[in-house]
Design a protein around this ligand. Structure first.
Ligand code: PMP
Length: 383
């Protein structure tokens, strides 16, 4: 069998054999003891990973977009004004999701590559009585990481509920729900958890649960958290058949996060991000994202003059590394490289070598070994 290519798109990220194996075990009863044990374990670990002591975690078949929907639908009362902060593609999607449900959504947008300054959030909250503020932690199109902790204090002072889209962040960079005052973290399995795609994952604070309980009804059936709550509290209960194997695979992914140690995992993501960017800089790439808000989970590299996107990504894939193209207005000008999940140092070094080789093949003149040397210098820094 041909060697798998190294999947360094910004999600899905590579899935370890240990996690993949859970997909290949015989499917067990969705209300039986094996499934119940795994789901309970995954939910408890999930809360540890986002530092939520109380509150409720939910894992449901779907994907990140369903978790966006579930977050809004289960917190917004009719007539609530909602403020969405967007630093790119996925904040805009959050606003679109809200509007699809007839919610009164205002959008505060930054330039691509920047983030909404906390002062702009404070000013917006002074202008209207927003009941919900939603922010994207890391925008997967722009590689920008929002100051979600700084936002939290401002949102809390205004008395609004605070939703964070952690699809490209949760499990790779800190999201300290209780300490910071985040009410909902919504996320998915396929990025920093390194599990296969197919799950909508949410953690609701007690405050967010209270808000849901205070709503007489929500415009959803499958996405109504109160229908799922009995299952999450006792997975031998039935509401709708869960995707048994994917949940068992995710449970393994969450265990791996805790085995590595959440804080150690955050540090590794930060170190790998710096190493990859040092390598890319040594090859002549610049970044779409402002230096002040670079995400630790992906990089958006701007091609040097004369390097053509499709040829570059095609040649790189032949060398065994798959990266993604730019989204929307950045298409053709950048490539996006994920560095999240269970990436290893060997894989990272292999990728830097392949990037250099690709540039050389396309007629560039990278200094031989410079990318790897720059990356290694960071990987070998004493911690
Ligand atoms: N939010 C962010 C920040 C994302 O990166 C993505 C997916 N790339 C989504 C939401 C939507 O997730 P999904 O594709 O799993 O529906």
């Amino acid at each position: 069998m041909a060697r798998d290519k190294l999947l360094l798109i910004p999600g899905p990220s590579p899935v370890l054999p240990r996690i993949l194996d859970r997909l290949a075990v015989s499917t067990v009863s969705h209300v039986g003891p094996e499934m119940a044990a795994d789901l309970k374990d995954a939910l408890a670990n999930l809360k540890r990973i986002v530092f939520c002591e109380r509150g409720e975690a939910f894992i449901v078949a779907g994907a990140g977009t369903l978790s966006m929907e579930m977050a809004l639908v289960n917190t917004a009362a009719p007539g609530d004004k909602i403020l969405v902060l967007s630093q790119g593609y996925f904040g805009d999607r959050m606003a679109a999701v809200g509007r699809a449900f007839g919610l009164d959504v205002d959008l505060l947008q930054s330039r691509w590559g920047a983030v909404v300054p906390p002062a702009d959030l404070a000013a917006a909250l002074g202008r209207a009585d927003y009941r919900i503020v939603a922010a994207t932690h890391v925008d997967t199109a722009t590689g920008s990481c929002a100051p979600v902790e700084d936002y939290a204090g401002i949102v809390r002072r205004a008395g609004a509920l605070y939703i964070v889209d952690g699809v490209c962040a949760t499990g790779g960079i800190p999201e300290r729900m209780d300490d910071w005052g985040i009410d909902v973290v919504l996320t998915a399995a396929q990025k920093c958890f390194g599990a296969p795609p197919g799950l909508a994952i949410l953690v609701f604070s007690e405050r967010a649960m209270d808000k849901r309980r205070g709503l007489a009804s929500v415009p959803a059936y499958y996405a109504d958290l109160l229908r799922w709550l009995p299952v999450m509290n006792d997975p031998t209960q039935y509401f709708s058949t869960p995707c048994v194997n994917e949940i068992r695979a995710f449970a393994e992914g969450a265990r791996i996060v805790l085995e590595e140690g959440v804080e150690a995992r955050f540090r590794r993501h930060a170190r790998f991000a710096r190493a990859i960017r040092a390598g890319l800089s040594a090859l002549g790439f610049t970044f779409l994202t402002d230096a002040s808000c670079l995400a630790d989970t992906l990089s958006v590299a701007v091609y040097p003059a004369g390097v053509e996107d499709k040829a570059f990504r095609g040649r790189l894939a032949e060398k065994g590394v798959v990266v993604a193209g730019g989204l929307a207005q950045t298409a053709g000008k950048v490539f996006r490289m994920g560095h999240m999940g269970n990436l290893t140092r060997d894989q990272l070094e292999f990728a830097l070598g392949a990037l250099e080789g690709t540039l050389a093949d396309l007629g560039g003149r990278p200094v031989r070994g410079a990318a790897l040397a720059a990356g290694r210098a960071i990987l070998e820094e004493t911690r």
